[in-house]
Design a protein around this ligand. Structure first.
Ligand code: C5J
Length: 221
């Protein structure tokens, strides 16, 4: 049975048996003080502030028996999945694969690449290591979601205008209906978050819908 969720630009009709939550890149290196994001000079407190809301959202999906997908921006240790143009971006010593405060930066298996303990995946959930900003490039996620009959994706995570928005746009092009939970996503740059949400909902929801978590919870109450 479909439920109506108040959202922008208009109500989102969610079908619980066809919907999955995607939690984008809630990994230690982007969010914890002392990690890669902080070393780059970003104010990570904006990102740590959403952790309780993301945890509540994950709990909501688990309570309702709906699928949860977690992603990490992660490269293989030999960097064979990291294009040179991405590898060489930024200052020497602070590039993908370099040794950082929490192990090698954006490398699978390193401490900084782990999802925050408060948001850790549980058995039965999908974890995707993605070498790109978008979650479908060089991953098998689309096939996995098709096999499970998922047609709607609810998005959370960081950062709103980079990996979240890129993944939403990829999903939109693949035919998924996408709803962004606006208080469960964040950016180091508040103006970029606000602009990304406006871009998503503009022109009748050209990329998707946006709503606060409370609106989703109320629709199921
Ligand atoms: C970035 C991400 N910002 N997860 N990654 O490089 O948004």
């Amino acid at each position: 049975m479909a439920l109506s969720v108040p959202a922008r630009p208009y109500d989102f009709s969610i079908e619980p048996n066809k919907a999955a939550l995607v939690v984008i890149d809630m990994q230690r290196d982007f969010i914890e003080p002392g990690g890669f994001g902080a070393v780059l000079g970003n104010d990570v407190s904006r990102l740590t502030a959403i952790v309780p809301t993301v945890a509540r959202l994950i709990g909501f999906f688990r309570t309702h028996g709906m699928l949860v997908v977690h992603t990490r921006e992660a490269h293989k240790p030999d960097l064979s999945d990291c294009p040179p143009a991405k590898r060489m971006r930024g200052k020497p010593g602070l590039r993908i694969g370099d040794e950082g405060a929490m192990g090698r930066i954006l490398i699978a298996g390193e401490p900084g690449n782990q999802i925050l303990p408060d948001l850790a995946p549980v058995a039965g959930e999908i974890v995707i290591d993605k070498p790109g900003k978008g979650m479908f490039w060089a991953t098998d996620l689309h096939q996995t979601l098709l096999e499970r009959g998922i047609t709607q994706l609810v998005f959370a995570g960081v950062t709103t205008e980079v990996c979240v928005q890129t993944s939403m746009r990829e999903a939109n092009d693949r035919g998924y209906e996408c709803l962004l939970i606006e208080d469960a996503t964040e950016s180091y740059f508040p103006e970029f978050k606000a602009a990304a949400i406006e871009m998503i909902v503009a022109q009748g929801g050209i990329v998707g819908w946006a709503t606060p978590l409370a609106a989703l919870e109320t629709a199921f109450a």
